[in-house]
Design a protein around this ligand. Sequence first.
Ligand code: MF3
Ligand code: CO
Length: 262
Amino acid sequence: GRQMIYLKNAQQIECMRKAGELLYDVLCRLREAIKPGMSTAELDVYAEQLIRKHKAIPSFLDYNGYPASICTSINEEVVHGIPSDRVILKDGDVLSVDCGLILDGWQSDSAFTVGVGNVSPENQKLINVTEECFFKGVRKALNGNHLGDIGHAIQTYAESFGYGVIRELTGHGIGRNMHEEPSVPNFGREGHGVKLRPGMTLAIEPMIAKGDYHVAELEDGWTVVTEDSSVCSHYEHTIVINENGLPELLSYPGFALTEEEE
Ligand code: MF3
Ligand code: CO
C-alpha cells in the first residue's frame, strides 16, 4: 500500500542526532545504576530526572496512557513492562530497558538488555546474539536496499541459534513522532518491501526469544510476554541512512560500523 515516509534533511537529522546523543547518555547512566535489590520504579524515576534535566521530554510517559518514562521487561517479558516499586531486580534476571525522549521536537528511541548481577551463560548468549542481530540488520540499511533485507539478516542470524524472532512487534520510522511509517519487521525476504533512501530515519529493534516467537499481553494492558515463557532479549537504536547512503546510529554517538568479517 501507499505509505507516507518522511525523509529528513540535514538540519532535521542534526536535531535527531542531538536527541540521540542525549538518549545515549541517559541509557548509559541507567545501565550503570542497575543492581540487584533495586526496584524498576527507581530506574524509571532516575530516567525521568535525567531527561528533564536536559530540557527534554520523556516520550513514553502518557503515550496511549503508558504510565512511565521507560519500559522494564524482565526474563519472559518481551517489551512494555511497567516499572514498579514492587518489582525488585534480582541476581540473574535478564532486564530490557527501553527509553525514548523528545528534544526540540525530535524523537529518539533506544533499548538494551543486560544481565542483573551474574547471568547464566545461556542467557548472556541470548543477549549477545540479539545485539548482533541488530548490527546484522543495520548493516543492510543502505540506500537502494529494501526493508526486507534488514529483517532477513536479523531473522537468519537469530534462527541459526534456534531462537524465535518476535513478529507481532516491529521497529518503525521515527522523527517528529515516535512511530512513523514504515514498520520495520525483524523478519522478511531479501529484496522485498520499501526501498531504503537517504534521509530515512528508523528505529530498528530486534526482540528475540530463546524459544517460540508467539507472544501474549498481560492483564495490565501493556506487558508483552512470550507464550512459552522463554526468556527474551531486546536491542534498539534510532538510525539514519545518511547522504552517502550509509547507516549512522543516532542513538549510539561515535559508533562506527565496520565491514563484516565472513
Ligand atoms: N520502543 C518502544 C516502541 O518502539 C517504546 C514504546 S513504549 C510506550 O514501541 F510505552 F511508549 F508505548
Ligand atoms: Co521503538
